[in-house]
Design a protein around this ligand. Structure first.
Ligand code: SF4
Length: 696
């Protein structure tokens, strides 16, 4: 493979190879390369050539320097072109890989103008998007109906076995025949509690529900996962969405959420916290400078928003996503699936009141995101109490402001969000009682000055949009709450057109998209990782087909402000403006300590071919004052671009369809879509920042 790349260099880039051969030292090679790139900028043969020449100069600036890598906290020595010089002279440095040289080959080809990327045409875009069916399509529904029947058969056996040994509300009455049992289970299927009670918790059971379709290799790996105490928790509903036929529909995007990867299993037990601000020492500010109440209930990065994780069943989820961004918390068992033990203790109410004091006494917070785990895993009664506490706190905050002068007032609560993936994992959870709670909260919340009521959900694939999911989305929308979606841009979800199709399918139901997150984490997520270059490619190619002008953005805002008949209005809007979807989401990476950003510049490549990126924070939003001290930060990606391409190729993709990926070597964070701006407070708020302490 290395020889293959060397031959490509010799054939296509003889001038670069000649430079290396003529340079007796690596420094003289750097000088020649610098001069060559500078001349190319002057000659300006094309935008791509100039861009890549500038990139080479930037990388040369970082050559032979140590940089502090933020996610691991290591110092990394950058020697990209030194490794290239040795390689081209036939004496590669130990440990260097073909992936490194492939990336350099692609960059240098674009710099010299020998390679040009074609345009990503609308024809290709439509073709790519069409490949991904939603769960609403007839063929998928029919296949899943068969799966459901099979699963119901297994559930009958499971209940029969359990009835003998365990007390459960899901038991068959004496004398029921098979048909009656089937009818009964079909009825229970609509009750979310049934799915939680019947969740799959072992690899053997998982294989059984997958019709024994898992390979020996997969089963061995899942066995190792179990030994390492990685939880298994898959509801019968969710497992019914997977395909078990060898030539059935492509379910990789959801399958890879259920079946763990080798890298996760290897790393579990030693997973490190990616977000440093999640490591909290009582009484000390977190990495973003915020002082937080004891007990790991509040996470905070920004001035205006804090995340609240209640001590309730909300510390669990409707399933464990293999790429979970909170896997560190599952490892430490702060999040878990022990639903009985997670019932709120008596002390919770006192704690809740203390947490509300925190929000009330904070000068900047105007947005609470109640999440977990999963906010909607909490029982209705428990959730109602939490929302009631939020409401009372919002009223108190508002009343306290009446006694404060202009310029001294604290921000009031403007936005309340509930973070939940249950719309995808277990849509039956959105029952009438919950809808009533949401409606009531909105009615009262509006009087308390709250303006935005949001269910922040996580659909990962159009395949998760089922008849059941559609029903629950309609119910939430009819309660006057906005649903915004954030997805994790895993390798499977990053395939051409997949995210675009998800945007389209969600929009057609009145759901807006909010974030497209690069997979974060370390080795545990290696196989899941899609490089930031692919995210940028998606943003500039697929997503750009939904680009809106200012007038269209205003009109869209109006539709959401109005809030009635949302799905129909949104569909009309897209049709009238010939838009495939409304691209309201931002492609970002959640960085340790400095928050979400996609403002980066590539500065080097590691010997494994992983790109080294220098990130700056997102300049389009407010930050903790500490941001000024942090400056720019360096991150090394989880895998090389080449290994990512091999991964998607193994899923049936054509490498050629991704060929422009190499050219995405920098990024700028997109503007927050106006729809997600906070309303004006209606007074002059204080500049004082409470609950904050500068660290040295
Ligand atoms: S629902 Fe969210 S918190 Fe729960 S496992 Fe999935 S990604 Fe993690």
């Amino acid at each position: 493979m290395a020889q293959y790349v060397l031959n490509k260099f010799k054939k296509t880039l003889p001038v670069i190879v000649g430079m290396a051969m003529d340079s007796n030292t690596e420094e003289s090679f750097f000088d020649s390369l610098r001069k060559f790139a500078t001349d190319l900028i002057k000659n300006n043969i094309s935008d791509t050539s100039v861009k890549n020449a500038k990139l080479v100069l930037e990388m040369l600036e970082h050559e032979a320097k140590y940089i502090p890598e933020l996610s691991r906290g290591d110092k990394i020595y950058i020697e990209t072109f030194s490794m290239l010089w040795n390689f081209l002279r036939g004496d590669p440095k130990q440990g260097t890989t073909p992936d490194l040289f492939e990336d350099l080959f692609q960059i240098l080809c674009r710099m010299t103008g020998v390679k040009k990327d074609g345009t990503y045409t609308e024809y290709k875009f439509v073709k790519h998007m069409k490949r991904w069916p939603t769960g609403l399509e007839k063929e998928i529904r029919e296949k899943r109906a068969v799966r459901k029947d099979f699963i119901i058969g297994l559930l009958i056996k499971k209940i029969e076995k359990r009835s003998l040994s365990q007390a459960s509300r899901y038991q068959f009455e004496q004398g029921m025949d098979h048909e009656q049992k089937k009818r009964q289970v079909n009825e229970w299927w609509n009750d979310f509690r049934f799915h939680l009670a019947m969740a799959i918790k072992t690899p053997a059971e998982l294989n059984l529900f997958m019709e024994e379709s898992l390979s020996t290799k997969t089963m061995k790996m899942l066995g190792r996962a179990r030994n390492k105490r990685i939880p298994f928790f898959i509801t019968p509903y969710y497992i019914s969405l997977l395909n078990t036929e060898p030539n059935g529909f492509d379910d990789q995007a959801i399958r890879s959420y259920v079946l763990y990867t080798e890298s996760l299993v290897d790393t579990y037990g030693n997973i490190k916290a990616w977000e440093r601000e999640d490591l909290v020492v009582p009484g000390e500010p977190n990495a973003a400078g915020w002082l937080l109440p004891d007990g790991h209930n509040i996470h905070r990065r920004y001035p205006e928003v804090a995340i609240m994780i209640p001590d309730t069943r909300g510390r669990s989820c409707g399933g464990l996503c293999a790429s979970c961004q909170r896997m560190y918390d599952f490892q430490s068992e702060r999040l878990n699936f022990d639903l009985d033990a997670l019932k709120p203790q008596e002390s919770w109410e006192k704690k809740l009141s203390k947490l509300m004091d925190y929000f009330e006494s904070d000068s900047q917070i105007r947005d609470i995101l109640i999440t977990g785990g999963d906010a909607l895993m909490s029982r209705n009664r428990v959730l109602d109490k939490i929302l009631d506490a939020v409401l009372k706190m919002a009223v108190r905050k508002k009343e306290a402001n009446m006694l404060k002068a202009e310029g001294q007032k604290y921000y009031e609560i403007q936005r309340v969000r509930l973070g939940s993936r249950l719309l995808a994992y277990l849509p039956m959870r959105i029952d009438n009682e919950l809808i009533d709670i949401l409606k009531r909260f909105k009615e009262k919340g509006l009087k308390a000055g709250i303006r935005q009521f949001v269910i922040q959900t996580h659909f990962q694939s159009p395949l998760e949009i089922t008849v059941e999911a559609r029903k629950c989305i309609e119910a939430i929308v009819s309660a006057g709450w906005t649903i915004s979606n954030q997805l994790v841009f895993t390798a499977a979800a990053s395939r051409r057109g997949h995210t675009a199709k998800l945007r389209q399918a969600l929009n057609s139901l009145g759901v807006v998209t909010y974030y497209t997150f690069t997979v974060k984490g370390f080795e545990e997520n290696m196989e899941m990782f899609a490089p930031n270059s692919r995210s940028m490619q998606e943003q500039f190619e697929e997503k750009s087909f939904g680009k809106m002008n200012e007038a269209q953005q205003k009109e869209l805002n109006k539709i959401f402000r109005h809030g009635t008949d949302l799905a129909a209005s949104l569909n009309r809007f897209m049709k009238t403006n010939s838009l495939p979807f409304v691209p309201t989401d931002r492609n970002v990476l959640n960085l340790p300590a400095i928050g979400k950003s996609m403002t980066f510049q590539m500065v080097g490549i590691s010997k494994e071919g992983k790109r080294i990126l220098r990130f700056d924070h997102d300049h389009t939003r407010e930050h903790s004052p500490i941001i000024g001290k942090l400056g720019k930060v360096y991150i090394i990606e989880n895998r090389s671009v080449n290994s990512y391409l091999k991964e998607v190729e193994s899923m049936g993709e054509r490498k050629e369809d991704y060929s422009s990926i190499w050219d995405y070597t920098s990024g700028d964070t997109e503007q927050v879509f106006p729809l997600f701006n906070y309303p004006k407070p209606g007074f002059t708020p204080t500049k004082e920042i409470t609950n904050y302490k500068e660290t040295d």
